[in-house]
Design a protein around this ligand. Structure first.
Ligand code: ADP
Ligand code: ZN
Ligand code: MG
Length: 485
């Protein structure tokens, strides 16, 4: 029998607010343990929560960016469970009335090449069930002798984004998560760092006979703190469930953990051990009522999103979808490209330089485009010098290398190293005469109709002029000379 996987993701994203969700404590990552705490986030008796307006604003923007309907009224609820790093004994979350619902995203999905290009690209549409706000728990760190609790993270604002069970392969889930991360970074509400835990993902997986309408029993996988882990864990789990079913067994509903070192998932807790969260409306907070005018204002403040920007790049600059996808992969890349294209007036060449030489140089420098030491205006100046014929494309590579080394402007480098293209007919003509005179055999071949040897002559002239001769002029002068000779 042929089986088909069904996958849904639950993604937690830490919001980039400076203070926590219900108190004024700092959210700074890596501060000394337990230093970012106060009576509210330590849950001391009598302390009361106050909602952080900025966190709500960020959550609304996320909901808008993911196509959700923003609720004018949502309700905070207690999600009760016991854990040493959860001093309140509950998280303040949202249950029955979440902040956003019924979202939808368009995602390009397909296999990846080594360079990150998508092959067999298809546009897919995935549903988002809900987005709700909640406060984060603390962190337990276990060493050989004892466990340590750090409550700095307690109360840091999160949004949870729950997808519909719409993914039919690990690749689709992966591409959705990439899209989600990109979107959250574009709107500037999350840093997307999976290693530090600012973006966390749990995956729900089931398999069913292909063609069947009914979903199979799902397993939840936790501990997926990288894109690679997500894909590997899903592939393993899909295979495991298919094996169970094809042997006539049944999949048990449970929570499993991904173990990267063994490349397997294993049981963390069964359905019987599942938490009963005993949700009820949070008595210490009134329902969250949002002014429609404020929602409209926040909706306005959502910048052009990666999908729309990609489509505009295709329309406005005549780029391919692949190139437009790469150039919109981060907002900084997109902004760099647009500035360079505008200043140089040559979008095609700007795209090539940014995706080629500049990307390579940044990789060597270990830098992101945000901290690129070469400004888009400097790169544009270089492109303009090629377009105006001041330097050849080949010399431009030398100039660019020098730019990455000395951070000078291209004009200064061209002058200092004397790299400007020679378009002086007399001096090029002299070299042409010399080369033609020195190669009688090739001249004879040319005359006998083997005009291919022209390339040989061009090469010789360029070599002698260190690549600085105007190639078009070299060609013309050579053809004339060879015809006359
Ligand atoms: P729970 O009640 O266990 O929290 P939900 O219905 O809220 O389950 O769904 C949690 C996540 O699991 C969602 O992302 C949803 O899309 C996904 N999901 C639900 N049912 C299935 C299934 N049969 N197979 C795979 N994923 C599923
Ligand atoms: Zn606090
Ligand atoms: Mg649920």
């Amino acid at each position: 029998m042929e089986f088909e996987p069904v996958i849904g993701l639950e993604v937690h994203a830490q919001l980039l607010t400076r203070s926590k969700l219900f108190c004024g404590c700092s959210t700074q990552f890596g501060a000394p343990p337990n230093s970012n705490t106060c009576p509210v986030c330590l849950a001391l008796p009598g302390a009361l929560p106050v909602v952080n307006r900025e966190a709500v604003a960020m959550a609304v923007k996320a909901a808008v960016a993911l196509g959700c309907k923003v609720s004018e009224t949502s309700v905070f609820a207690r999600k009760n469970y016991f854990y040493p790093d959860l001093p309140k004994g509950y998280q303040i979350s949202q249950f029955e009335l979440p902040l956003g619902e019924h979202g939808r995203v368009q995602v390009y999905s397909g296999d990846r090449t080594d360079t990150g290009k998508i092959v067999n690209r298809q546009e897919k549409s995935f549903g988002i069930t809900r987005i709700h706000m909640e406060d984060d728990a603390g962190k337990s760190i276990h060493d050989e002798e004892r466990s340590h609790v750090n409550l700095n993270r307690t109360g840091v604002p999160l949004i949870e984004i729950v997808s519909e069970p719409d993914f039919r392969s690990s690749q689709e889930a992966y591409d959705y998560l990439i899209h989600l991360r990109k979107t959250l970074l574009y709107i500037g509400i999350c840093d997307g760092n999976m290693e530090e835990g600012s973006l966390r993902c749990d995956a729900n997986v089931s398999v069913r006979p292909k063609g069947s309408e009914k979903f199979g029993t799902k397993v939840e996988i936790k501990n997926l703190n990288s894109f690679r882990f997500l894909q590997r864990a899903l592939d393993y789990e899909i295979e495991r469930q298919m094996q169970v079913l094809s042997e006539g067994g049944t999949v048990v509903q449970e929570t499993r953990l991904w173990d990267e070192s063994s490349g397997r998932t294993f049981t963390m807790r069964s359905k019987e051990e599942a938490h009963d969260y005993r949700y009820f409306p949070e008595p210490d907070l009134p329902p969250l009522k949002l002014d429609p005018a404020w929602i409209a204002e926040l909706t306005e403040a959502v910048p052009e999103l990666p999908g729309a920007r990609m489509e505009r790049f295709v329309r406005q600059y005549g780029l391919s979808i692949d190139d437009a996808l790469l150039l919109t992969s981060t907002r900084a890349t997109a902004e760099y490209f647009e500035r360079c294209a505008e200043v140089s007036g040559n979008p095609r060449s700007s795209a090539n330089w940014i995706m080629g030489d500049l990307a390579f140089a940044l990789k060597n420098m270990g830098k992101e485009i945000e901290d690129c030491p070469i400004s888009p205006d400097s790169l544009a100046a270089l492109i303009s010098k090629i377009d105006s014929g001041e330097i050849s494309g080949k010399i431009a590579k030398t100039v660019f290398e020098e730019m990455t080394r000395t951070l000078e402007e291209p004009a200064a480098i061209i002058q200092r190293l004397g790299l400007a293209q020679v378009s002086d007919e007399a001096s090029i003509g002299a070299v042409v005469d010399r080369i033609v005179a020195a190669n009688p055999k090739q001249v004879a071949e040319y005359r006998s109709g083997k005009t291919r040897v022209l390339g040989y002559f061009v090469g010789q002239v360029m070599k002698e002029t260190k690549g600085q001769a105007n190639p078009q002029m070299v060609n013309e002068l050579l053809q004339k000379k060879l015809a006359d000779a």
